[in-house]
Each structure stands twice: as structure tokens, then as C-alpha cells.
Design a binder for this molecule. Structure first.
Ligand code: UDX
Length: 446
């Protein structure tokens, strides 16, 4: 089939690349010309493992094109995919300015019947607005489809090629066959429903996953007080198929471009129809508080923060991405420097993005995890990059001024800590000290 994808962010670019791999002819469109020029050279504007190789392959095999000419792309395609951003407005509501503009541009460019498929996450009822906007700009017939995207950053390609399910929202039953045909190479698990339900499935799914995270984080906080270990609790809970084991990893909370934005948007969507979504409001509140766990554990172990030196391991909101949008690291580092602490940060790839957002004379940018720890009073692990699992903890104990490790993602095992000589704080697990609290050199002599 001939597809045009409007917007080359995560959703648009990954969808475009994956549809092209399945032998469709795809034209990806973006207003930003410098982005398009880079993409034509197979240089990706987003960090996503494997994407540049696939862009290059698709370009070579002539299934994928990039252009900033939306009109031409629309005219040459049968299905137009809207994948522009829907960022948050200050009140939490989704900003629909870009999607409405894209709908107007698509309508104005149409030269015959088109299927307009929305992949951007949009509030319930938006596809009907899109229909109105397009209709105002064209006399040609068209249909609207809601096809929300569930990909995760860092595993976006395999999530798109092998999804758990595909959700299609339509109001014209004749579209079912075309939509199934377009998606069946990815999975047979295709659920076709009405447009409003499809829009809601996306928000409800993200809100539910965020709820699981805040739930296990609160269980973790209680575990600390009653002497249980949340990692064991999560294993036991996850063995119940009704609960499932995923998204029960306690830590310093969720971040990223989706969960914070979509939970706030759903609270607003409910509020707009006079419904207070109490549970989801608490989920958001718990997530905000959870970040400060790092700060309170630093206070617990070192007393005041003014003048202390802290090493920070990991800035991105999760591993395998350079994305720092809504990352807990932003608030944690800002709070530390505000309190007068000196911070040495390390991240395998997200340091440049972080520095664009926040810089301060108290921050030192380090090229290795070891350098970030050298001479510090404590190290705080904020992102569970595999990189940090490889660090020799005995070495860490020897380069720190005080052997304190605060692990915001429960990365290290009891045994690793036992051999390390570190005073170790994690989330929802008993406080642990290595080598009976003795420094490695002394302990070695015992
Ligand atoms: C998420 C959804 O998973 C995806 O379906 C949707 O399309 C977009 O939002 P993403 O933001 O890429 O994807 O990240 P995800 O891997 O889901 O992680 C989100 C956040 O939750 C991260 O900050 C992660 O560290 C945190 N998390 C995840 C936990 O704290 N505990 C967990 O058990 C799982």
C-alpha cells in the first residue's frame, strides 16, 4: 500500500520504517528540513538501537522516502498516518495544535479518497475533530481511523514489528478488511473497535501501567518499614497470572514522554466531563514523591546536603535511550545543587541532552562511572543502565570518600553488596552493609 506518515518523531519514524519493511511504499514527512536532509542520509534524529540500519536498507530498496513537502506526499498516498506530537499544556491537557494543523494541511492537499489514520495519542473525541478539520479543507471523500501506538523507546522497532496487539478504531465497517490487511504482517492479534474506545484504550493502558508502578513503589515504601523485601514481594505477586510480573519493579518512579503526559491528560479528560479520577491523581502524586526518596536517603546517611559531593549514575528516564523528558534525574540534580551539594554526573549517552536542559556551576560532567564516583560522599544510581551493573563495587568503595551507594533502581544483589564494603540503600529492601561495614582494606585483612 502507499502510505504517507506525517511527523518523524518516535512514533512516526518507527512506524514508517516498519511499514516499509513490510513492503509498503512509505513517504515520511516533517516540516523540519534539516531533519529530512539527515534522514535522507539515513541519520536518525532519535536514538533508537537498529533504526539507522533499517532506514538505510529501506532507502536502498526504494520503499522509503523522506520529504518536507506534505502536499506531494499526500497526493501520492492512499493512507495518511498522523504521527505529530501532542505535548502537554500547562494544565495537563494535550496540545492538539499540531495535529489540527496537520489535518488541515492533509485536507488541503487531498486529490481523491484517502484513509486518514491517527497514531498520535489524542483525547477521546479528537478523531471526530480531525474529521471536521479535514472536511473543511477538502471536497473529496475520506475515512478516519484511530490506530494508537504502544511502542516503548529503546525497543521501539521490535515492539512495532512484534506487538502484543494492534488496536484499530473505525466507524465505517468497510475499512476493516484494508486495516487488517495492512497490519496482519505484524500480528494476528488485531482488535477492531469503535473510534472513541480505541482512543481510550491508549490512555487507559498507559494509566494502568503507571498505576502498577506507583502501586509497587508504595508497597516498597511500606516494605522498608516492616522489614520485607519488595523484590521478593513482586516475584510472589507476579506469579499470579491475573497480576502478571511486568511493571512491578520498584524504584524512583516513571518518567519519559508518555506516562507523565498521558496520566495528566486522562485526569483532564475525566475532569472535562465532571469526573474526578481520584485513583490516577494519587498515582501521579506518589510518582512525584518517589523521586525525593533519593534526597531523603542521602539526608539519612550523610546529614545535611550543603557542601557534600554526590556522584550521579544515569540521567535518562530509563536505560537504552538518551531521552531525559520528565526524567527523575532532572528534579533530583536540581534539588541537590539548590541545597548546595556538588554533583558529578555520568550517563552513557544522555549527558548532552541533560546539559541543554539544566546546567550549573556545581555540576561536573564525567566520562566514566568511576570518575563520577571519585572523591564523592555518596553515589546515587538513577537509571538502570547495564553499564552500571558491570562496575566493580569493591573499586567503588575504594574511590568514594564515604562508602555510600543509593540505588534508586534496585540493581545490585544482597551478595554483591555483602562483598563490597558499601553502605547500601535501595528501594523497599532492607538496608545492607558489605563486609560487616568495614572498609575493603580492613576487611581484606580479617
Ligand atoms: C511507555 C509505554 O510502555 C508504551 O506502551 C507507550 O506507547 C509509551 O509509554 P516508554 O515511555 O518508552 O513507553 O517507557 P517504559 O519502558 O514503559 O517505561 C516507562 C517508565 O516507567 C520508565 O521511567 C521506567 O523506568 C519506569 N518503570 C517501568 C518502572 O519504574 N518500573 C517498572 O516496573 C517498569
Amino acid at each position: 500500500m502507499k502510505l504517507a506518515v506525517i511527523g518523524t518523531g518516535y512514533v512516526g519514524l518507527v512506524s514508517g520504517v516498519c511499514f516499509a519493511l513490510k513492503d509498503n511504499k512509505v513517504i515520511c514527512v516533517d516540516m523540519a528540513e534539516e531533519k529530512i536532509e539527515k534522514l535522507k542520509r539515513a541519520e536518525s534524529p532519535i536514538y533508537e538501537p537498529g533504526i539507522e540500519e533499517l532506514i538505510e536498507q529501506n532507502l536502498r530498496e526504494e520503499r522509503l522516502e523522506f520529504t518536507s513537502d506534505l502536499g506531494e506526499a499526500v497526493r501520492r498516498s492512499d493512507i495518511i498516518i498522523l504521527a505529530v506530537g501532542t505535548p502537554s499544556l500547562p494544565n495537563g491537557e494535550a496540545n492538539l495544535q499540531y495535529i489540527e494543523q496537520a489535518a488541515a494541511d492533509v485536507g488541503a492537499a487531498m486529490n481523491g479518497y484517502k484513509i486518514i489514520m491517527t497514531k498520535s495519542t489524542v483525547p477521546v473525541g479528537t478523531n471526530e475533530k480531525i474529521r471536521e478539520v479535514v472536511a473543511r479543507h477538502t471536497r473529496h471523500a475520506f475515512d478516519i481511523v484511530s490506530a494508537p501506538e504502544f511502542l516503548r523507546e529503546g525497543s521501539a522497532i521490535s515492539d512495532t514489528l512484534h506487538p502484543d496487539r494492534i488496536i484499530i478504531g473505525i466507524d465505517n465497517p468497510e475499512l476493516r478488511e484494508t486495516m487488517v490487511e495492512l497490519h496482519q504482517d505484524f500480528t494476528d492479534n488485531i482488535y477492531v473497535t469503535d473510534i472513541r474506545s480505541a482512543e481510550m484504550i491508549k490512555y487507559a493502558s498507559n494509566a494502568f501501567l503507571a498505576t502498577k508502578i506507583s502501586f509497587i513503589n508504595e508497597i516498597a515504601n511500606i516494605c522498608e518499614k516492616v522489614g520485607a523485601d519488595v523484590t521478593n514481594v513482586a516475584v510472589g505477586m507476579g506469579m499470579d497470572k491475573r497480576i502478571g510480573s511486568s511493571f512491578l519493579q520498584a524504584g524512583i518512579g516513571y518518567g519519559g514522554s508518555c506516562f507523565p503526559k498521558d496520566t495528566n491528560a486522562l485526569i483532564q479528560i475525566a475532569g472535562n466531563v465532571d469526573y474526578e479520577f481520584k485513583l490516577l491523581k494519587s498515582v501521579v502524586e506518589v510518582n512525584t514523591d518517589q523521586r525525593y526518596m533519593i534526597i531523603s536517603k542521602l539526608r539519612e546517611s550523610l546529614g545535611q546536603l550543603n557542601g557534600i559531593h554526590v556522584g550521579i549514575w544515569g540521567l535518562s528516564f530509563k536505560p537504552n535511550t538518551d531521552d531525559i523528558r520528565e526524567a527523575p534525574s532532572l528534579e533530583i540534580v536540581e534539588t541537590l545543587v539548590k541545597e548546595g551539594a556538588f554533583v558529578k554526573v555520568h550517563d552513557p549517552i544522555a549527558m548532552d541532552k541533560f546539559r541543554e536542559q539544566f546546567d550549573h556551576e556545581h555540576i561536573q560532567w564525567c566520562s566514566t562511572a568511576e570518575e563520577a564516583a571519585l572523591g564523592c560522599d555518596a553515589v546515587c544510581l538513577l537509571t538502570d543502565w547495564d553499564h552500571y551493573r558491570q562496575v566493580d563495587l569493591r573499586m567503588l568503595g575504594s574511590v568514594l570518600r564515604k562508602p555510600v551507594l543509593i540505588d534508586g533502581r534496585n540493581v545490585f544483589s544482597e551478595q554483591q553488596i555483602a562483598e563490597s564494603g558499601l553502605e547500601y540503600y535501595s528501594v523497599g529492601r532492607p538496608r545492607m552493609s558489605g563486609l560487616n561495614g568495614l572498609s575493603p582494606s580492613v576487611a581484606g585483612a580479617v
